[in-house]
Write a protein that binds this ligand. Structure first.
Ligand code: ADP
Ligand code: MG
Length: 139
């Protein structure tokens, strides 16, 4: 069993898609064991996306994730990290498979609806970036 960090990004919140996106996780046996809505500061967003700081899209990425509130959650279940990546679909929604969140709900690669941790190591780092132990409810 694994925990993975999920973020519903501002573009999807703006489109009123929180419920539809969380349903995709629940339908695939992932449990929401922690959740909060917040508006990331520029500093916090820069830190969260620090691994991308040398990429050409870094500034746009920080601008996009701070453009409105996000819903940050922890998903829990068997193979949660890879399962979530599969449910999300490819980074570029134009390349995402049918039935994935990004295919169905994303606007474009800059506004691609969701974030999900990509490895066991990063899931641990990202979960503790947003949540304290007593905010996580494994069930
Ligand atoms: P993912 O979110 O699928 O893990 P990455 O970690 O590679 O993708 O990138 C983080 C985010 O940066 C992506 O979700 C996307 O919003 C943005 N991004 C990635 N690659 C590009 C790109 N080539 N052009 C613009 N934005 C990008
Ligand atoms: Mg990533």
């Amino acid at each position: 069993m694994q925990q993975t960090l999920s973020i519903i990004k501002p573009d999807a919140i703006e489109k009123n898609l929180i419920g539809k996106i969380l349903s995709r996780f629940e339908e695939n046996n992932l449990k929401v064991i922690a959740a909060k809505m917040l508006h990331l500061t520029k500093e916090k967003a820069q830190k969260f996306y620090e691994v991308h700081k040398d990429k050409p899209f870094y500034n746009d990425l920080v601008e996009s994730i701070t453009s409105g509130p996000v819903l940050v959650s922890i998903l829990y279940g068997e193979d949660a990290i890879q399962k979530n990546r599969k449910i999300m679909g490819a980074t570029d929604p134009q390349k995402a498979d049918k039935g994935t969140i990004r295919k169905d709900f994303a606007t474009n690669i800059d506004r691609n609806a969701v974030h999900g941790s990509d490895s066991v190591e990063n899931a641990k780092i990202e979960v503790s970036f947003f949540f304290k132990e007593n905010e996580i409810f494994i069930r």
